[in-house]
Design a protein around this ligand. Structure first.
Ligand code: NAD
Ligand code: UDP
Length: 316
């Protein structure tokens, strides 16, 4: 049987690098395309000697010529809210012009595609948990608009390409995912809390910490993405991928301090504008269509993450 070639846009990022690794483990050839904006070369340094792995430094906003592949995973986009302030145009164009370029590539090579959308398409949700049928509550002109609205348009574009060019494209709405290889200075809550606790610094809780999130461990998420790609008969589907276990940010801070055995306390800072007050995926569709659920508990996932951060932060 011929080897499957998978192209992973955003392959040097947090999720992308774990996905590249998983695809190589499955015997695929992997082409990683990344501009190393928020991704790191060290995320893929252990893969570059594998003859089945190719790294291409390119920006998907540009018209670049890429080698043919049977599968395209489109994960390229800065994803940290901290970047929404510093790189709004980059993000908006990556998710629109960049998505268009990858869709044209999928048409030209007759590839199947998985598009990484986000729970942010639900904005500050008025229903909980959020099912795929919910249309969301997004402030299109707010500080998160560059990301939320461009991901929403990215989804619209995938539907248009499906209808006009019959592209086999599946969309994952990814909920907060964490694990090793997130950058300690990424700005997202788990890498921030873990690196603060490991340095015995106070943990910065925004607002009163009563806002909720549901956290999924990276290996579960990667299995979900692969299942979405590899299951036949799902052309055009959109599926939430995440873990249903919802908790407050305050309780997360307490848990991280406890697990790191840190001499830290919590300090409160202003809640950023439009920070969603609640978030929890309805994962029944993923269970039905993919037979998938995220099994790793927050306790076990945090243990693995803390261990890895400890190694990275205090490596000699
Ligand atoms: P990340 O920042 O670690 O990875 C994104 C990667 O895309 C980086 O390597 C970056 O350099 C690359 N990239 C960005 N813009 C690019 C461009 N124009 N051209 C080429 N490469 C580009 O973030 P992540 O958490 O791994 O997120 C990966 C994808 O999953 C993103 O599309 C994100 O929106 C989506 N997502 C992630 C989460 C999460 O909790 N991690 C949640 C929802 C959605
Ligand atoms: N958060 C926090 N302190 C931090 C970073 C984030 O309290 O140092 C909060 C943030 O306000 C949000 C939640 O943690 O309510 C998750 O933030 P993150 O940036 O990880 O992702 P989001 O779900 O907001 O995209």
């Amino acid at each position: 049987m011929a080897t499957t070639v998978s192209l992973v846009a955003g392959g040097a990022g947090f999720l992308g690098s774990h996905l590249c690794e998983s695809l190589l483990d499955a015997g695929n050839e992997v082409v990683c395309v990344d501009n190393f904006g928020s991704g790191r070369r060290t995320n893929i340094s252990h893969l570059v000697d594998d003859h089945r792995f190719q790294s291409i430094e390119a920006d998907i906003r540009d018209a670049v010529t890429l080698p043919p592949a049977e599968e395209v995973y489109h994960l390229a986009s800065r994803a940290s809210p901290a970047d929404f302030t510093d790189f709004p145009v980059d993000i908006a164009l990556t998710n629109t012009r960049g998505t268009r370029n990858l869709l044209d590539y999928a048409v030209a090579t007759d590839a199947r595609m998985v598009y990484a959308s986000t729970s942010e398409v639900y904005g500050d949700p008025e229903v909980s948990p959020q099912p795929e049928t919910y249309n969301g509550n997004v402030n299109i002109r707010g500080p998160r608009g560059c990301y939320d609205e461009s991901k929403r348009f990215g989804e619209t574009l995938t539907v248009a390409y499906r209808d006009e060019y019959d592209v086999d494209i599946r969309t994952a709405r990814i909920f907060n995912t964490y694990g090793p290889r997130m950058r300690p200075d990424d700005g997202r809550v788990i890498p921030t809390f873990v690196s603060q606790a490991l340095h015995d610094e106070d943990l910065t809780v925004y607002g009163d910490g009563s806002q909720t999130r549901s956290f999924c461990y990276v290996t579960d998420l990667v299995n979900g993405l692969r299942s979405l790609m590899e299951t036949d008969g799902l052309a055009g589907e959109v599926i939430n991928l995440g873990r249903e276990n919802e908790r407050t940010i305050h309780s997360l801070a307490d848990m991280v301090i406890d697990m790191c055995d840190a001499n830290s306390t919590v300090v409160y800072e202003k809640l950023p504008e439009d920070d969603p007050l609640q978030r929890r995926p309805d994962t029944r569709k993923a269970a039905d269509l993919l037979s998938w659920q995220a099994d790793t508990t927050l306790q076990s996932g945090l243990e693995l993450t803390i261990e890895s951060f400890r190694g990275d932060l205090f490596a000699e």
